[in-house]
Ligand binder design. Structure first.
Ligand code: SAM
Length: 330
């Protein structure tokens, strides 16, 4: 087995790389990419697929074994299915997953399957068609839901549905989302809104995990599910008698940084050691100047060296983190 070389100062073993392949999205979610804040990277500022693949190979040589493709919206980028297929053929990766808003899922399910992707995370913040339009700026709820049903029929497993709880926007739907875990074997994951970037969402009152748990408690008894080492920050549960699971991701209420095993690569080639810090190491510049794989590996190690012990985002210091989630990929 390959020796893990990506070990940070706090003895965390980093084997997981999240890769944003585009900063573009086909939705304008009010808290993530509100239309007034869009700044798109010029074409040549975005890493080419060959460049991403070279970076992944260097990552694998250092111990990366798990990757997730994200965006912006990854399925809007031309050539994405061929790219996903190339990843599935790479030696050294044990897990390749995709995060999507599912708008293009229904039309591309076969291509995603053929490319070898088995695990999909879907971002969906409401089960109401009208509210969907308000949150995302587009009337696409029906096609998203059809895409989810189709992914289910095609055997994607697990299908995780990520819902960001937003006060006064969708917090009246927490129990409806939780109830989906009885009808489908989906993993419904409640995510705390993180006050970062310039989004027009205001910060309070934030709905934190303890409050979400309280609000869905009427549905049934939550039974804890043992985390496996690849689970990352989610706290896992299941309602008695349910087919699916419930997960909670509480970046604010629950600092889970001691379990963080991630690095992030942005579409513009920044290697970021922490989602909630603005520190990055540039990979694109050196790559395009013709650096060696050894030099790329040094950049990985520098990013690992700068991984903070903890993020210090809290309800009292909003806007500390300047990057938009749409640029880093969540
Ligand atoms: N377009 C893809 C999607 O919709 O899943 C991938 C990118 S999107 C930025 C990834 C995730 O980040 C989505 O689930 C979105 O809800 C979440 N997100 C965006 N801004 C957030 C914030 N401020 N706090 C918490 N989650 C956020």
């Amino acid at each position: 087995m390959l020796k893990q070389k990506l070990i940070d100062k706090y003895n965390r073993h980093l084997n997981y790389l999240r890769i944003s392949i585009t900063d573009r999205c086909n939705l304008y979610c009010m808290y993530c990419m509100p239309s007034g804040f869009i700044s798109r990277l010029p074409h040549n500022a975005v890493l080419r697929y060959e460049e991403i693949i070279r970076i992944i190979k260097v990552g694998i040589s250092l111990g990366i074994s798990k990757i997730r493709i994200t965006g912006g919206e990854p399925l809007v980028r031309k050539g994405v299915f061929e790219f996903l297929g190339k990843l599935a053929d790479m030696d050294g990766l044990t897990d390749i997953a995709l995060t999507t808003n599912a708008v293009f899922l229904k039309d591309n399910i076969e291509k995603i399957k053929t490319a070898g992707i088995k695990r999909i995370n879907i971002s969906l913040d409401t089960l109401s068609r009208n509210k969907y339009k308000k949150i995302t700026g587009h009337d696409r709820f029906d096609r998203v839901w059809e895409g989810i049903e189709l992914a289910y029929k095609n055997g994607f497993d697990p299908i995780k549905i990520n819902m960001v709880a937003l006060s006064g926007v969708n917090d009246d739907e927490l129990s409806d989302f939780a109830g989906l875990s009885f009808a489908y074997p989906f993993h419904i994951r409640f995510i705390e809104y993180m006050p970062i970037g310039k989004s027009r969402m205001k910060y309070g009152p934030l709905i934190l995990v303890p409050e979400i748990k309280k609000r869905i408690s009427g549905i049934g008894k939550l039974i804890s599910v043992k985390n496996s080492i690849n689970d990352g920050p989610a706290e896992r549960y299941r309602f008695e008698g349910a087919k699916g699971e419930i997960g909670f991701i509480g970046a604010l209420s629950h600092h889970f940084c001691n379990r963080c095993n991630r690095l992030r690569l942005t579409a513009s080639g920044q290697l970021r050691p922490c989602l909630l810090s603005d520190h990055f190491e540039d990979l694109k510049g050196p790559l395009r100047k013709g650096c060696s794989d050894e030099e790329l590996a040094e950049i990985f190690l520098a990013a690992v060296h700068h991984k903070p012990s903890d993020h210090n985002l809290s309800t009292s210091n909003p806007e500390k983190v300047l990057i938009q989630m749409s640029s880093i990929g969540g």
